[in-house]
Design a protein around this ligand. Structure first.
Ligand SMILES: *[C@@H]1O[C@H](CO)[C@@H](O)[C@H](O)[C@H]1NC(C)=O
Ligand SMILES: *[C@@H]1O[C@H](CO)[C@@H](O)[C@H](O)[C@H]1NC(C)=O
Ligand SMILES: *[C@@H]1O[C@H](CO)[C@@H](O)[C@H](O)[C@H]1NC(C)=O
Ligand SMILES: *[C@@H]1O[C@H](CO)[C@@H](O)[C@H](O)[C@H]1NC(C)=O
Ligand SMILES: *[C@@H]1O[C@H](CO)[C@@H](O)[C@H](O)[C@H]1NC(C)=O
Ligand SMILES: *[C@@H]1O[C@H](CO)[C@@H](O)[C@H](O)[C@H]1NC(C)=O
Ligand SMILES: *[C@@H]1O[C@H](CO)[C@@H](O)[C@H](O)[C@H]1NC(C)=O
Ligand SMILES: *[C@@H]1O[C@H](CO)[C@@H](O)[C@H](O)[C@H]1NC(C)=O
Ligand SMILES: [Cu+2]
Length: 664
């Protein structure tokens, strides 16, 4: 792609339909073609995080006047009004688009009033800036309401990434946006395969509720309600499915992507989903060529559909080689979004130039059960390498990046992480309130190795000077209770020596449901060397035994690099990496509800002294001392209330003294 075509792309998009642009700043100097020998820039952004509403007054007459839906400050969502969390009153939040090695500076101003926050830069490894990773109580003290924090880091990892709040349910409620890092054509392995790489061809998908995330979480935990979303949104818009059945004549618009016949376009897709709702993407009458996942290039795979789990990113090329027309891009929800639950789907429109369709004109009727296109499916649901040739699981993708020979060795550190929805009848739940009660129906809690994660009380990385002794619990040192019956909750973590070749074996035991969990590791990209489904359920012991018998094959040659990977239910996924980035890194399920319920653990890589020092004035969390007490006597004296007993006691003492005085 040359400069001219880049500009041409912008021009024709702008002329055709300015309103379809993703939330990008008009004159952002950092959103530029990254030419050979470019000067890295320092890119400043201001993020004001606050509660807001869909279909607010700024929307005027939206959806009855579609033009109004694109007014500044108008968030149509799925056409239902609800409370949301936004950055700069946008959904998705501002799109950060930089060139590799630019410095990103983001001032986060917390206007949430009732919640602290942090922002995580999903996909950036933060080698030089581990304290900028944005994990509350691990890499920083959360940003309290009415305060701000400046994130500064170098965008070292090229590709399609995203940023999102890592606190509570804020991501569920809307606090996320794209983070795209480009390289010059000469450094892009796939540059010959496409003509355009445009800002307007970024898709960020989110599952969407009609109520706020906190209510979804609490009603799930305390009342066992299903957590199935109501809609999917693409770039913050899409219609609630009840709006497709003809009851409403006016709809909020759907996302629209413009192409010109004959050209090849790079699309960048981010699944920012929060619930257990993997999304299947297809484009009517068009194949897609998948070239990258989680910002890492792979050998191109021609496919008819793609499944994406929460937290994953995929780049594909679409060749606009069909008749000039409007075509659906279809998004179908699986697992908790499938027909057993809420049959959630969404569409966007692919529009060829020259059609000049009205903003809300659509190709045809659409519904959940549209027939899938025949052909290859990439990243199939709950399947590993055992599956047949109609699918390409992650384990059959081939990396472009050089393989590090060290990964071929016997790993220095091997660790099994088994997970399931465990039946817990005695809940000792410390979030958000301490409680300890027996319930009639055991709740099914997703856990790693039967432990629910509990945040440490001081942030580990910046305040590591205050830590002493063993701070982590894990399956090796946590024996005092039978964690199969009660909910064991503690700072779940393990220590890994700096420089070790690490192998993690994730086993989704799958006894409770046919679920699936996308696992995300901070601070690293790992090689996915094996992935298999063995049955509807499997134990960690069975997987260990299989490995001893030599029945587990590992690709130690060109295994794909990722930072978020699914584990087949009743199967395993094995990843390897060299632990060369010291720090405290979280490993967690990217389903926000599971993360909040404790499906997280910490990998401490290296000793405390081997980690990058934090800047001298880096904010610290304040811990109040337990000795701190209020003088109750002075309170009683001044208030003179509730002191009847005290007065009586004093009276008795005085009388006793009097009696003693009289006697002696
Ligand atoms: C819709 O709103 C736009 C901008 O507010 C206005 O210019 C246009 O006339 C409206 N269209 C209709 C049909 O009311
Ligand atoms: C960014 O910096 C790294 C390390 O110095 C270098 O290998 C890479 O080529 C740089 N990227 C660009 C686009 O210049
Ligand atoms: C769509 O129809 C439903 C049910 O008839 C109604 O509750 C809802 O308010 C309508 N939405 C819009 C945007 O008109
Ligand atoms: C291949 O596997 C898929 C998914 O398991 C299944 O739907 C399909 O029927 C299989 N096809 C063949 C030819 O075995
Ligand atoms: C490869 O692994 C070794 C450790 O075994 C490490 O020192 C080296 O930095 C790694 N190389 C790359 C390119 O990651
Ligand atoms: C823990 O409880 C489970 C389920 O009740 C039981 O099967 C298991 O034997 C117990 N383990 C120990 C070590 O007591
Ligand atoms: C939890 O209980 C259900 C029955 O309610 C059972 O099917 C499932 O296997 C149990 N899960 C585990 C992890 O033991
Ligand atoms: C996956 O299957 C392919 C084709 O059957 C085979 O070539 C490859 O070695 C397998 N990879 C793994 C990691 O099992
Ligand atoms: Cu999960």
């Amino acid at each position: 792609m040359n400069n001219f075509s880049f500009l041409l792309g912008f021009l024709c998009i702008c002329v055709a339909k300015t309103m379809q642009e993703l939330n990008v700043e008009e004159n952002d100097p950092c959103r530029r073609p990254c030419e050979r020998g470019f000067e890295p820039l320092v890119c400043h952004y201001k993020f004001e995080i606050e509660w807001y509403s869909t279909l607010a007054e700024a929307c005027r007459n939206c959806p009855f006047n579609v033009t109004d839906c694109f007014r500044p400050g108008c968030i149509p969502g799925d056409g239902n009004r609800r409370k949301i969390v936004t950055i700069n009153k946008m959904l998705p939040g501002p799109s950060i688009e930089v060139c590799q090695n630019d410095t990103v500076v983001v001032d986060v101003i917390n206007k949430l009033e009732n919640e602290a926050t942090t922002i995580h830069w999903h996909g950036q490894l933060q080698r030089a800036y581990p304290y900028m990773d944005g994990v509350p109580y691990v890499t920083q003290c959360p940003i309290e309401p009415y305060t701000s924090f400046r994130y500064t880091f170098k965008a070292t990892q090229a590709g399609t990434h995203f940023w999102h709040s890592h606190m509570g349910m804020q991501r569920v409620d809307g606090a996320f946006g794209p983070l795209i890092v480009r390289v010059p054509k000469e450094k892009d392995y796939h540059s010959d395969l496409y003509d355009f790489d445009l800002s307007s061809h970024t898709l960020i998908i989110s599952d969407w509720e009609t109520k706020i995330g906190e209510i979804v979480l609490l009603s799930h935990f305390y009342s066992q309600e299903e957590t199935s979303p109501a809609s999917l949104l693409v770039n913050g818009i899409g219609r609630h499915k009840t709006f497709y059945n003809g009851r409403n004549k006016t709809f909020v618009p759907t996302a629209r992507f413009d192409v010109q016949k004959g050209f090849r376009y790079r699309f960048r897709v981010i699944n920012s989903g929060s619930l257990n709702c993997p999304v299947e993407l297809t484009v009517v009458k068009h194949d897609i060529i998948i070239i990258s996942t989680d910002g890492q290039d792979i050998k191109p795979i021609k496919a008819s559909s793609l499944i994406m789990y929460a937290g994953e990113r995929y780049d594909f090329i679409l060749h606009a080689n069909q008749k000039r027309d409007l075509y659906w891009i279809k998004f179908r929800g699986l697992l908790n979004c499938n027909t057993i639950y809420t049959s959630v789907f969404q569409v966007a429109v692919l529009e060829y130039a020259g059609i000049n369709a009205e903003p809300n004109s659509y190709p045809s009727k659409v519904f959940f059960g549209f027939p899938p296109r025949n052909g290859i499916q990439v990243n199939p649901l709950n399947e590993g390498n055992e599956s047949n040739n109609t699918v390409v699981p992650v384990s059959r993708m081939e990396a472009i990046d050089d393989w590090n020979e060290s990964l071929q060795l016997i790993p220095d550190f091997q660790y099994y992480i088994g997970f399931d929805f465990n039946n817990i009848s005695l809940r000792k739940f410390q979030w958000p309130h301490k409680s300890n009660f027996k319930v009639k129906n055991p709740v099914k809690i997703p856990q790693f190795n039967h432990i629910s994660f509990l945040n440490p009380s001081i942030p580990l990385l910046p305040q590591r000077d205050q830590l002493d002794g063993e701070i982590f619990c894990n399956d090796e040192n946590h024996q005092e209770q039978n964690c199969s019956n009660v909910q064991c909750q503690c700072v779940h973590g393990i220590k890994i020596p700096l420089g070790a070749v690490v192998e993690l074996i994730f086993v989704d035991e799958g006894y409770t449901y046919d679920g699936g969990h996308p696992i995300h590791l901070h601070g690293y990209a790992f090689r996915v060397i094996s992935m298999e489904r063995l049955g509807s359920s499997v134990s960690v012991e069975q997987v260990k035994k299989r490995d001893e018998q030599g029945l587990i094959y590992r690709n130690l040659y060109n295994a794909p690099l990722k930072d978020t990977v699914s584990v087949p239910d009743g199967g395993y996924t094995i990843v390897r990496f060299v632990a060369n980035n010291p720090g405290y890194w979280v490993l967690h399920c990217h389903i926000e509800i599971h993360l909040a319920l404790g499906m997280t653990m910490i990998l401490q890589v290296g000793e405390k002294k081997e980690m990058v020092p934090v800047p001298r004035d880096f904010p610290r969390c304040y811990q109040s001392e337990p000795e701190f007490t209020v003088n109750l006597d002075s309170y009683n004296a001044s208030e003179n209330s509730g002191s009847w007993v005290t007065i009586q006691t004093k009276f008795v003492i005085v009388m006793l003294l009097l009696v003693l005085y009289v006697i002696f």
